[in-house]
Design a protein around this ligand. Structure first.
Ligand SMILES: Nc1ncnc2c1ncn2[C@@H]1O[C@H](COP(=O)(O)OP(=O)(O)OP(=O)(O)O)[C@@H](O)[C@H]1O
Length: 337
């Protein structure tokens, strides 16, 4: 992780706890007319980290992010941004926080550039003489310089998303919060978001990014927080999460169902995978798995050890697919969005 200094001025208060956190919540809860959206979330976003927020639909990601930014009032709980409590000190801290959330309120009949100029004028960290330069730099950074004079209503979904990103980057930030930043972007746009996140990270800016794209999170984030039904089911360094799963052996075989049944008979947990079967190696060595299968007459085309992928860890934590070591489900695992 980088130790580079963050952009911009440092807010006066620090959290004084030793481990600096750019954002943290305690027992954060939100209930919407009987629906518990967020249920006691203790979030920790270390300074300088790129934290990916993952979770199935409706798990509370957007609600958590909107509470952090003061856009939704919590039912209960505490929030600190950059070491100071919000909403109490929101005015002091929010200028240091850039955000991309749904519905940023751009004017449809103004150009992208003029929309950004309006936003820039409201940035306490930008002086009047800096507005033009800040807007040009932000447009350049998100690849919109060529379409800066086009009306917002003529923008494609991807261009609108880029403009939202540009508004998050208008002023120097210490924390940037991005809710689904790659929504509506083509592969090139997705690549650019990845580059922008890496660039922010290099400058020491903390990034909190929600995403459904597990591969994206695996490629860009240093830390992960996984939400399920409004509850944090895992958080910490990405590498720790990836290492926490059981080692598995991926066996390519045309005899999947029989192979799984055979292994179960030998008390070796396994389940069907799209490309063969996945076998839990917690208590069994790969050689014993292969020998058991071959003896039972199952064809083994290939066998290789797998590092636990984020998708596997995510599925395990949110129970979106059959539990590898639990009751065997011979149906295809449900796809993870
Ligand atoms: N304004 C609202 N009024 C009522 N219920 C809401 C509101 N916003 C969210 N919810 C409910 O709160 C729960 C969490 O929603 P939230 O949008 O935070 O989840 P999410 O993880 O961001 O989902 P997605 O991945 O689909 O965007 C859901 O059950 C949702 O229906």
């Amino acid at each position: 992780m980088t130790t580079a200094r963050a952009e911009g001025a440092v807010p006066e208060a620090g959290n004084g706890s030793g481990t600096a956190l750019a954002a943290r919540t305690r027992a954060l809860r939100k209930v919407y007319r009987g629906t518990v959206a967020v249920d006691g979330v203790d979030l920790e976003v270390p300074e300088g980290a790129v934290v990916g927020m993952l979770g199935p639909n409706g798990s509370g990601k957007t609600t958590t992010i909107r509470m952090l930014l003061g856009l939704v009032q919590p039912t209960e709980g505490e929030i600190e941004l950059l070491g100071v409590p919000v909403p109490e000190a929101a005015e002091q801290v929010l200028p240091h926080v850039g955000a991309l959330v749904e519905g940023p309120g751009f004017h449809p009949f103004l150009s992208g550039r003029d929309n950004l100029l309006r936003f820039a004028a409201a940035e306490p960290l930008l002086a009047g003489g800096e507005l033009d330069g800040a807007v040009s730099a932000a447009l350049e950074r998100v690849g919109l310089a060529g379409a800066a004079r086009k009306k917002y209503r003529a923008y494609s979904l991807g261009m609108k998303q880029r403009l939202g990103l540009a508004s998050a980057l208008l002023a120097p930030r210490r924390l940037v919060v991005l809710d689904e930043p790659t929504n509506g972007l083509d592969p090139a746009g997705t690549q650019e978001v990845r580059r922008i996140i890496a660039e922010l990270h290099d400058r020491g800016v903390t990034v909190l990014v929600s995403s459904h794209l597990l591969a994206e999170v695996e490629a860009t984030c240093t830390h992960v927080v996984v939400l399920n039904e409004g509850v944090v089911v895992a958080q910490g360094a990405l590498d720790d999460l990836l290492e926490s799963g059981s080692p598995t052996l991926l066996v390519s075989t045309p005899d999947g169902p029989t192979a799984v049944e055979t292994l179960r008979d030998h008390r070796i947990p396994a389940r069907l995978a799209p490309d063969g079967i996945r076998v839990d190696l917690t208590t069994t060595a790969p050689a014993a798995v292969i020998e058991t299968l071959v003896r039972a007459g199952a064809r083994v085309d290939e066998a290789r050890r797998e590092r636990t992928g984020l998708e596997e860890a995510f599925a395990r934590l949110t129970h979106d697919v059959g539990d590898l070591v639990g009751e065997l489900d011979t149906e295809e695992p449900e796809a993870v969005r």
